[in-house]
Every structure is written in C-alpha cells, then in structure tokens.
Design a protein around this ligand. Structure first.
Ligand code: NOJ
Length: 553
C-alpha cells in the first residue's frame, strides 16, 4: 500500500465537506455512507488523500466547527465503527485520510463547557475557557472590546453574570490554552485518531489558540505587531489573540506526538496571516508539515500578482524546507470559477468585500476557462495541492439561496450584510437532470439541505465523465500526468523567458508549464509535445486564459 513517508510533500489532497458530498440515507444531509460509496470516484480522480471537514458530534451552529465530542462521529454522518471502515476502505484504495481538528474552540454543547457553566465563577472548570467578570457598574459590559470574527462582540454573558470569550459564534467558546489540561486533552485526541489509522490532521484556526491573558482592549484598525515583538513606544500594538509566540509550543508538542507514529502523521495548518515571515515560522522542521497557501488563493487573476505570489511563496518556504501548497478554493471562500469570471477576481474575508462581490456580474465561461488554466498551474508548481469538492466539476458559487435557508452564522451575525459561505457548500450534483442530482438516493425523504441550482444538470459527474472537454476529465488527466511525471510535485522550478503577462516555467529537465494571462494568443516555447492543454490551441498558439503542459527537449 503506502511506502512513501514524505507523501505529503507532493500530495494532491481532496477536501470533503461531509454535509454536502453525498447522502447515503436520504435525509438530505451528506454522510459517511455517501462518502464510502464514492471512494472509487476519488480514486479514479487521482487524488492522494482526503481531508474531511469536521465529522464530529455537533449542534452545527458553525457547520461542525463547533465540536461537542472530539472522539466520535455525528449521528447524522454515521458512527465511529463506520468511520473505521471508511478509513480502512480508503487505505485499500491508496487514499490517505486527514481529519479536521478544531483546537481554538469547541461547542457550547461540549461537556466541559456545560460543566463550566454549572460550576460557576472561579472554578477549575471555568478556567478551561475564558470566563471573566464584565465591566460597568454591574458587569453589564463585556470584559473588553474584542469583536467576533463572525460579527458582533466576542463575549457572551451567562446567567450568573460572567462573560465568556468566543472569537467565532457564541456557540463556540474559546479554550484557554494556558491551562495544561487543554493541552493534554488535545494530544490525547490526536492519539485517539492516529491510533485509528488517520494519516494526518488539518488544524482549524491554528494561529488563534493563545491569548494575552491581560485581555486588554484592542484596536483592530491600528497597526499591529507580532504578538511579542512590538517595540515599546511604537505605534504598533501587539496582537492579543493572533499568532502569539507561545502558539509554537503547542505545535512542537503536537509534532512530537505525530512523529511518535510509524509512519509519522502529518500536521497541516489553517493559518491566515498577512506576514509571510511569521506564517513560515509555523513550518519550521519541528512544527507543522505544511499550511494552506491563502496568498495564492486570494491573488487576483493577473500575471504580476501570480508571479509575485509564487516567488514569495517559494522563497519563504525554502529556508525551512517545507513544501509549498497550492489552493484555489475551500468551504470558506467564493468558488473560484465565479471569482475568476468577475471584474474583481481577488478574494478577501472582509465583510464589505464579500457583500460587494455577492451577485456581481459574472462571465461564467471566462471563469471556467481561467479555472481550467489555474488548475494546470497549481498542479505543476512545486509542492502539494488541494482540490475542494466540486471544483473538479467546475461548480460556481450559488448566490440565490433564499435568506431563510442560509445557515452560515456569518449571515445571521452580520444581519445579512455578509451573505456568508453557504454558496460554496451546496450539495454536489452527481447525476440526473433535476435536484437532488444523485446527491441523495431515489425516493429520499428530504431535499438537499441547501438548494441546488437547476443549471447544475449540465455539470453532474455523470454528464462530465468520459467527455474529454469537461472539467472533470481535465482534472483526471492532469492528476494522471502528475503521478506519472517525476518532475511534478515536490522539487524546484525555474522561470522561462516569456512574453508579457505570460508565466512559463520548467520543472525538471523535460517538463514546462505555460499560462497565458495576457489578452493575445502567444507562441509556445520549443517543445516535443503537448502533454495537456486547458483549452484548444489556435494555430499552435496559446490563447488568453489558457495553460499548457509541455514535454520539452
Ligand atoms: C476556519 C474554518 O475553515 C471555518 O469554516 C470555521 O467557521 C472557522 N475556522 C471557525 O472554526
């Protein structure tokens, strides 16, 4: 089966969002039975590993990122026994398994939090979280001015008058990582899953765990400095809850746990940081193995941005010998087919940006052309790559979900100002020409938990399979070539001279990738053959918004 321990340096990892992948039992919500039935699809797609967004018991206040029990499976998805079977079946198909671990916060239904509520002020149970008295005469004001990332204050008051901290929704209380019991608990959770054959973990909100215990007010618009590096008297204030130096101790401990297994397990960080120097610290050899490259994901579709981001990524990773990753989409961002078909092709979490972008005019054909080119670029660059479920079908963002069906807390907590992330989480279309498009079995008792657009009937896996011009077949072929081409995956690259707004680079002695981001057809470098093209060449020229893989002499 698996004999390569450094697989993660070159792997293509497919993200399954369990609620929306496939529904085996007909309740309109995806589940493990649905996933198991489609494992051969993923094997045939050619990915190396599957990352599951949280599958734990959860009240689903944040789609499973509010975990009530880290050692079980949500009954809506299946059982622990079924998860064990799934892991085994996936391994038999040469697919590794990565699960999501959420260390910054749990669910308010987690037994520790319930105990903390019952135990009262000053108790050991409350010290596992951030409970504080409020300000104001009667403690009626939150302990400080921190705002939740989902909107509204980051504090919620409980019946006895104390407040607790939640950087996300009120249903997601933040753990106090200064408490050794929290550390022990998470190392034990890692062992629980590693013992069950899980090959690695994706660490949610990895840079947020540590807080400045002073809990001082914070001005998010003032310049910030890395948590412990602010010069006294400088205008920059240290960040009280993001990227604090103490965070690294957590991941050094986790790395020891991961390395104690044979083969060693892999740690992947979800780290959104503007400062690349700080970001890369998490990838030092005794910390995490890799982290998502959000700079690449967020980059607007233009040659300078792409070139700069690629150079900056590779330069940053080199000193720590960590592989870069290439990510175009995930369950938190606008699907890139839609993004690339708009006037503003960038991505930002900023509420205002998301609001402005929602419903902006979209040239879907253009977005699709660019998405086809982008995947050839990402899969040719050195390192590992991610595929978010549905991108291999060329799905766009669904933007006409009725308000009453939206479930993302971002939508509710911003009073609809931010439409939220439901539009990239709509259940996948597998087959047929009407909803549920094979997502649920025939005669299902409930419709898919989010409505699927009728236009997806031309994008089902069934329609695309075997159609050489389809997005699905492009992904399959690209992954097939990636596997057979020793130059791809981990390694180095070298830029080639190219016309303006064209990116061209060598991988190894005989492979080159060319991406045309200009508005003119461009000639290709000397080559023996075209291995794969994102679209047809015109008289041997590469048209705009297209990419090609070449065998070169
Ligand atoms: C990042 C996850 O990707 C996102 O979906 C979630 O809402 C937050 N972390 C909070 O867990």
């Amino acid at each position: 089966m698996f004999n390569e321990t450094r697989w993660w340096r070159s792997a293509t990892i497919y993200q399954v969002y369990p609620r929306s992948f496939a529904d085996g039992n007909g309740d309109g919500v995806g589940d493990l039975a649905g996933i198991r039935a489609h494992l051969p699809y993923l094997r045939d797609l050619g990915v190396d590993a599957i990352w599951f967004s949280p599958w734990y018991p959860s009240p689903m206040a944040d789609a499973g990122y509010d975990v009530a029990d880290y050692r079980d499976i949500d009954p809506a998805f299946g059982t622990l026994t079924e998860a064990a079977t799934l892991i085994e079946e996936a391994h038999t198909l040469d697919l590794r398994i990565i699960i999501d671990v959420v260390p910054n916060h749990c669910s308010d239904a987690h037994p520790w939090f319930r105990e903390a509520l019952a135990a009262g002020s000053g108790s050991a149970a409350r010290d596992l979280f951030w409970f504080r008295d409020g300000r104001g005469e009667d403690g009626e004001l939150p302990p400080n001015n921190w705002m939740s990332i989902f909107g509204g204050p980051a504090w919620t008051r409980v019946a006895d008058g104390q407040w607790y901290l939640h950087l996300f929704a009120p249903e997601q209380p933040d753990f106090n990582w200064a408490n050794p019991k929290v550390r022990e608990e998470f190392e034990d959770i890692l062992r629980f899953w590693f013992d069950r054959g899980v090959d690695g973990v994706r660490i949610d909100s990895a840079a947020l765990c540590m807080k400045d215990p002073a809990l001082l007010d914070f001005d998010p618009d003032a310049p910030t400095a890395p948590a412990t590096l602010a010069e006294p008297g400088s205008a920059a204030q240290p960040h009280p809850y993001s990227d604090r130096d103490e965070t690294h101790e957590i991941y050094r401990d986790w790395r020891r746990v991961a390395d104690s297994y044979d083969p060693p397990r892999v740690l992947i960080g979800e780290i959104w940081l503007p400062d690349t120097e700080r970001f890369i610290q998490y990838l030092r050899p005794d910390e995490l193995h890799t982290a998502f490259n959000f700079d690449f994901l967020a980059a607007p579709w233009d040659a300078t941005s792409f070139h700069t981001t690629i150079d900056a990524t590779l330069a940053a990773h080199a000193p720590v010998s960590a592989p870069a990753t290439w990510v175009l989409s995930n369950h938190d961002v606008f699907r890139h087919v839609t993004r690339y078909g708009r006037a503003d092709t960038s991505f930002s979490h900023d509420h205002e940006h998301r609001r402005r972008q929602t419903g902006a005019p979209t040239d879907f054909a253009l977005g699709t052309r660019r998405a086809r080119a982008a995947v050839l670029l990402g899969l040719a660059l050195p390192g590992s790559a991610y595929v978010y479920q549905g991108e291999e079908l060329g799905l766009g963002e669904v933007e006409d979900i009725p308000d009453e069906q939206r479930q993302d807390p971002l939508f509710a907590r911003t009073n609809g100002a931010n439409p939220g992330r439901d539009g990239c989480r709509v259940p996948l279309p597998w087959s047929g020409d009407a909803s549920p498009f094979g997502f649920s079995p025939p005669g299902a008792g409930a419709p898919p938990w989010l409505p699927q657009p009728l236009s997806w009937r031309t994008l089902t896996a069934e329609v695309q399979k075997g159609d050489p011009g389809s997005m699905l077949e492009l992904y399959r072929e690209a992954l097939r070539v990636r596997h057979s081409e020793p130059a791809l995956g981990d390694g180095t690259m070298r830029w080639l001279d190219a016309p303006a707004e064209v990116l061209a680079f060598y991988r190894g002695p005989s492979f080159a990738c060319v991406l045309n981001m200009s508005s003119a057809d461009v000639p290709l470098p000397t080559h023996d053959s075209v291995l794969l093209a994102s679209g047809p060449l015109v008289d041997g020229l590469l048209p705009p918004d297209s990419a090609v893989w070449l065998r070169i002499p």
